[in-house]
Ligand binder design. Sequence first.
Ligand code: EPZ
Length: 417
Amino acid sequence: MKKIIIEGNHPLSGKIKIGGAKNSVVALIPAAIMAKGKVKISNVPNISDKDALIEILKLLNVDVKKSTGIIEIDASNIKNCLIPESLSNKLRASYYFMGALLARFKKVEMYFPGGCNIGSRPINLHLKGFEALGAKITKEDSKYLIEASELKGADIMLDFASVGATVNLMIAASMAKGTTHIMNAAREAEIINIAELLNNMGAKITGAGTEEITIEGVSELHEAEIKVIPDRIEAGTYIIMGALLGDNLTIEGMIPEHNIVLLNKLQEMGVNFKLQNHKIILNKSNNLKATSVRTAVYPGFPTDLGQPISVLLTQANGISLFEETIWENRMGHVKYLNMMGANIEAERQHARITGPTPLHGENIIATDLRAGAALVTAGLIAEGTTVINDADHILRGYERIISKLSSVGANIKIVEV
Ligand code: EPZ
């Protein structure tokens, strides 16, 4: 495992460029195997989740060519086979191979997916949707066999606006016979990016980004290209760091409307920022006002920024209230922020944060990807040295985080242990 070491309290100035969205590219890569021909994905972020998916492509005899920021996938000679637990449990998004292999081969055999330890993370909505499309599911311990003589369009009402289920069912339905309506669909920006690739491959999808998506199934998908949208969670994380330490810190290459809810919240708190087209300029803000944050499905406050913004709330004047409504176990950062001097009382999915509290460096542990991002944020403002163990979690979703932060003045390094 790796650890990140930070000497805190250095202003951040200069430019950080936002990379491609993790939660988009981890679906675009599996979706590409449905095409009879080459799929070129550009603006691919250099994150470890991408590498885990490429290992699965290789297992399926899919040809992969990689260059900087580009992946070319050619599944012309794909061989469907069991995806072992050693690969499927490396990340949550391995489950997108369910939709893609079911669509192309009407059969997929794989183990339950992995992912951050932020809750039980069931996949019942995915499986219910596959059954609605005509698939039969056999489960043996954590191994799933999903097969169908044919996939037929269906009306699917999601009990919860699940991002993963929306994407997986959109993928599977794109090659079903007839029309599928996904209702109560998730509306996150990444879903539009994935629908765009599928349509570029010849699928007929409308309504992506709204709560009802319509998919007219087609019999074949062909070669296509797609550009990964900027990562709104990476952008939001650096924006929060800029609010704490910015000295004309510019975050560029982002799509501001994907972060509008965060920016409104920061405005409420009195954060000093300027928006210019696809970039934002931040300066350290004094006298931050306490506020309340409640995470929700898009377009609500994104759950993936709940842990990073908690660090900002520890520096606000007064009592802030925080509620995580998506995941039942996403408070892994609280214990360590309190060790660093924060005053957070957390009870299940609620937290009461009293600020401002000066933070000091400690030897702490990243329990998951976004908790890790929160601990990096805390280390950057803490007095003294912070050591973040299990830092590999952070590299799953933040490309070149050490070089991006070092280039704007942070004293941060990563070491192998
Ligand atoms: C995606 O996870 C993201 N991951 C998560 O980001 C993000 O937190 C989440 O969407 C919500 O925005 C990827 O895109 C790879 P969900 P996903 O299905 O699809 C319940 C990060 O930090 N649920 O929208 O797994 C589930 O338990 C990661 O980048 C079911 O009950 O999220 C949760 O309570 C973490 N049954 C809620 O829905 C199901 O079949 C939201 O899950 C599916 C989900």
